[in-house]
Design a protein around this ligand. Structure first.
Ligand SMILES: Nc1ncnc2c1ncn2[C@@H]1O[C@H](COP(=O)(O)OP(=O)(O)OP(=O)(O)O)[C@@H](O)[C@H]1O
Ligand SMILES: [Mg+2]
Length: 511
């Protein structure tokens, strides 16, 4: 489909009138009321953060605004004009949403993605040269001057694809930009870059809604913050009037116990030994051991080979050199199936690609990797399966109407909790967690940490990759730093401070 490129008629902006007004928005799904009458106002030149626990209703609110969900009740006005139903009306009114999971199409070019369904056209012919010129303009505004518009999108790294999403909003003349956890998959310097883009767009007059579980980001970037809880807004203040403690309190409505429930533990024998492990080209050389009951953190910057290390141990990437021993037994002919058989589990950082079957319900997803444990004589008891799924959900407080809810309809953070619940449903020997708290709210994070300790105390060896330094330092007994594909040092807990870890992770050497 194509549309002509004439400017769309819009009412003139009025400084006093809010750019966006949502009033009394109600949205129910079978078994859950996602939004119970939410109202908010967003002004031009303003960044508003929305924070709240997993399942609070943040993404649902955004989907109502974008026209993806039709509200049961409530009104939306943009510049005082009621917004018609549907996604096209929202786009025409200047609403652009960048979802929690990117929505671009890898097999199309950058330009095609930017104008998806609305390539500049005249008399039905797509104007390629105009499309490329407009694309270059939009790309330049997000700092992607070097990206050719005809490049295949999938050939760009993830951090750049994210910026293409922002460029797409610009190409569509958006006045309201909504970003649902935009930094979840980004590394720190990409985050800084995204902030700079957001600030520029704000200065140019956009109104921006920013959803994040990272409160430090909220304090750095937002002008105001709205807290959602159980489908309602429970607080809205300009940023200077919030403290971090107030925000957390408003989000979880209960007192959090010590955030990092780390404690010293007795260790058992070595259960995982890795010798000179490599998986060309990204993993070059890793040797280390982990004892039963230990929690080992792996630090490193993007591209250091952390995920590749876990995947190679698990059997999801081929080892091109080296050996792996689990409980002293050499793991040969390695594959994920073999890995599971040896008692290894691995939870991926990317729940969309490798984590879950989104069309299946929670019960099916939890049972997936534990079928062997459940089957006796080839027969899987329904009741056992149900129980396993219920226990797994309860362990991490998955917020769902029941274990029969389709996983794809869970909130982002709750999908992550299902992955963790599944991984820990059996009693693994070694549990490898890749960015386990990505997209997880503060309250649930603390529950996940507590469970890591419980698993370690029960004798599991826990290996965690995390880009969040506080969590790495807060939870690890020992930190291994990776640099350019190799483990370059091992730092004991009492020596592991952020300076030391950053030094090793960024230079591959000590101070
Ligand atoms: N399409 C749907 N079908 C059924 N339930 C849904 C659907 N979309 C959302 N929900 C439910 O609505 C509630 C709110 O979910 P929502 O995705 O808005 O939460 P969120 O605040 O974005 O959480 P997170 O921080 O985990 O992303 C959840 O209980 C979720 O399961
Ligand atoms: Mg969400």
């Amino acid at each position: 489909m194509t549309v002509e490129t004439e400017a769309r008629a819009r009412p003139a902006a009025n400084a006093a009138r809010p750019l966006l007004r949502m009033q009394g928005i109600v949205k129910s799904f079978p078994g859950v009321k996602a939004l119970r009458g939410v109202s908010l106002e967003l002004h031009a030149r303003h960044v508003m953060a929305i924070v709240g626990e997993n399942g609070a209703g943040k993404s649902s609110l955004v989907k109502v605004l974008s026209g993806a969900y039709e509200p049961d009740e409530g009104t939306i006005e943009i510049d005082g004009v009621p917004l018609a139903r549907g996604t096209h009306a929202a786009i025409d009114a200047g609403v652009a949403v960048i979802y929690q999971e990117l929505s671009l199409i890898n097999d199309m070019t950058v330009a095609e993605n930017l104008f998806l369904g609305r390539m500049p056209a005249r008399k039905g012919f797509v104007m390629m040269r105009e499309a490329n010129t407009m694309a270059r303009g939009a790309l330049a505004r997000v700092g992607l001057d070097n990206v050719p518009p005809w490049m295949r999108l999938g050939d760009l790294p993830l951090n750049k694809r994210q910026l293409v999403e922002v460029a797409k909003a610009i190409a569509r003349d958006a006045r309201i930009l909504v970003m649902d956890e935009p930094t979840a998959a980004l590394q720190s310097h990409d985050i800084a870059n995204l902030y700079a883009v957001v600030r520029r767009l704000r200065a140019e007059g956009m109104g921006i809604i920013f959803i994040s579980h990272h409160l430090e980001e909220v304090f750095e970037l937002a002008d105001s913050a709205v807290v959602m809880r159980d489908g309602a807004t429970v607080g809205a203040r300009p940023m200077p009037e919030w403290t971090e403690a107030d925000l957390v309190q408003a989000m979880v409505a209960r007192n959090l116990e010590s955030f990092y429930p780390w404690e010293a533990r007795e260790y058992g024998p070595v259960v995982l030994e890795v010798r000179d492990l490599a998986s060309a080209p990204l993993l070059r050389n890793a040797s280390f051991t982990v004892r039963a009951g230990e929690i080992v953190g792996i630090a490193g910057i993007a591209g250091a080979g952390r995920t590749e290390l876990l995947k190679t141990i698990f059997g999801a990437l081929p080892a091109t050199n080296g050996e792996i021993f689990v409980k002293g037994k050499k793991v040969a002919n390695h594959s994920p199936t073999q890995g599971v058989r040896h008692g290894l589990v691995y939870t991926s950082e990317d729940r969309k690609l490798e984590g879950l079957v989104l069309e299946a319900n929670i019960e099916e997803n939890v049972a997936l990797s534990s079928l062997k444990a459940l089957a006796s004589g080839g027969f899987v008891s329904r009741a056992k399966k149900r129980k396993l799924a219920q226990d797994a959900s309860a362990r991490f407080g998955v917020r769902a109407s029941s274990v029969l809810q389709i996983t794809g309809t869970l909130s982002g953070g709750n999908q992550q909790k299902v992955i963790l619940g599944r991984a820990t449903a059996t009693s693994p020997v070694v549990i490898m967690l890749d960015e386990p708290t990505r997209g997880i709210d503060v309250g649930a994070k603390s529950e996940i940490y507590a469970h890591m300790v419980t698993m370690a105390r029960a004798g599991a060896a826990v290996v965690m990759v995390s880009s969040e330094l506080p969590e790495l330092l807060g939870m690890s007994d020992r930190v291994l730093a990776m640099y350019r594909g190799s483990i370059v040092t091992e730092i004991a807990r009492d020596q592991a401070d952020s300076e030391t870890v950053i030094q090793w992770a960024t230079t591959g050497a000590g101070a």
